[in-house]
Design a protein around this ligand. Structure first.
Ligand SMILES: *Cc1c(COP(=O)(O)O)cnc(C)c1O
Length: 363
């Protein structure tokens, strides 16, 4: 057993994420959980084969469960977690979702339609429309702010309406992190994360997480997710999970600094001649900018940075930027001249100087 939220109910989240998932502090005990590299275990224990469980997972799951206020499962990637969550939709079932979300989710929802399911799509901020669509639906997908448009959903209203109608709700909480939002406390049934992003935080592993509520309904859903993980086999390697937990230790510091940087950059970008529109949700470490000019102008910006890394993905310590429509799978609801910025933990003045000189390449 190790530090659990039950043993430390009084801890702030930033303290909890430093101490969670550690072995008991007995004399001579390691302070970090071991990386257990074994595909099989001696018979008659709590786990017999490593597709079903691993002690390094237990430590990470304890930390993520505590942070979100529920019970967590680690998956091989964010998409592994999202696939497990969407397996909760019955064959031919109906999903309500924003029309723009992370593009992997967009594509999985299209696959669900091809397999005979129905997807009702609304603009993320059309709360009345989303609520109206919940009647007769099986599952509602929430992502706020949406990636990459940074639209902020009325999460509480949609969750309340889903709960009243018995619709299973899933929140992709990758962008806010548990420090920015804890959807289970607002009434969500399932939280998913791409732990590849802020949780691991160093652009060196892929990992995903699902978290369910710590009650009978959550136990039932959690069992279905666990079964999906075990049978479909999208399991995380123990070393990756160890690195995820190691990254998590500094989440509060990284997220605080990156968010402060993002707020400052959003202010400085307002009125920049190369920024046609700044999409900043008001908190968090992400923003998007519609570049004044065409696709080529936006590409020139991405090619002209020295500190910012021109790469896909987000949530690392290093600032990253990308014109999202470069990805062939990105939905057409995303403007072709939109650049997404994942703000890192560098000095904000260096970030600004580099971004400003790169933006001038657009003009
Ligand atoms: C990256 C991302 C995912 C997918 O996660 P992977 O770890 O790349 O599989 C899902 N949702 C959001 C919001 C993301 O940013």
């Amino acid at each position: 057993m190790s530090a659990t939220p039950d043993r430390h109910p009084d801890l702030h989240l930033d303290t909890f994420l430093v101490s969670a998932g550690r072995p008991l502090p007995e004399p001579g005990a390691p302070v970090n959980p071991p990386v257990v590299l074994s595909s099989t275990y001696v018979a008659d224990g709590s786990v017999n084969y490593a597709r079903a469980g691993n002690p390094t997972w237990d430590a990470f799951e304890e930390a993520l469960g505590g942070l979100e206020g529920g019970r967590a499962l680690v998956h091989a990637s964010g998409m592994g977690a999202i696939s497990a969550a969407l397996s909760l939709v019955p064959a031919g079932g109906t999903v309500v979702a924003p029309d723009t979300t992370y593009n992997g989710t967009v594509q999985l929802l299209e696959a669900l339609e091809q397999a005979g399911g129905t997807v009702r799509r609304r603009h993320a901020t059309d709360t009345d429309g989303l609520v109206a669509d919940l009647d007769g639906a099986d599952l509602v997908w929430i992502e706020s702010p949406t990636n990459p448009l940074m639209d902020v959903m009325d999460v509480r209203t949609v969750l309340d309406a889903a709960r009243a109608r018995g619709v299973v709700s899933v929140v992709d909480n990758t962008l806010p992190t548990p420090l920015g939002c804890r959807p289970l406390t607002l009434g969500a049934d399932v939280v998913v994360h791409s732990a590849t992003k802020y949780i691991a935080g160093h652009s060196d592993v892929l990992l995903g997480v699902t978290v369910v509520t710590d009650d009978a309904a959550g136990a039932e859903i959690g069992e279905r997710l666990r079964r999906h993980r075990t049978l479909h086999g999208a399991i995380a390697g123990p070393l990756e999970v160890y690195l995820g937990l190691r990254g998590l230790r500094t989440l509060a510091l990284r997220y605080e600094r990156a968010s402060a940087n993002a707020a400052e950059l959003a202010t400085r970008l307002q009125g920049h001649p190369a920024a046609e529109r700044v999409r900043y949700p008001g908190s968090g470490a992400m923003l998007s900018v519609d570049i004044a000019g065409d696709v080529h102008a936006a590409e020139r910006v991405c090619a002209a940075t020295r500190v910012w890394v021109h790469s896909t993905s987000l949530g690392g310590v290093e600032s990253q930027l990308e014109r999202r429509r470069r990805q062939p799978s990105e939905p057409e609801t995303v403007p072709p001249n939109l650049i997404r910025l994942s703000v890192g933990i560098e000095h904000v003045d260096d970030l600004w100087t580099d971004l400003d000189q790169a933006l001038r390449a657009a003009l």
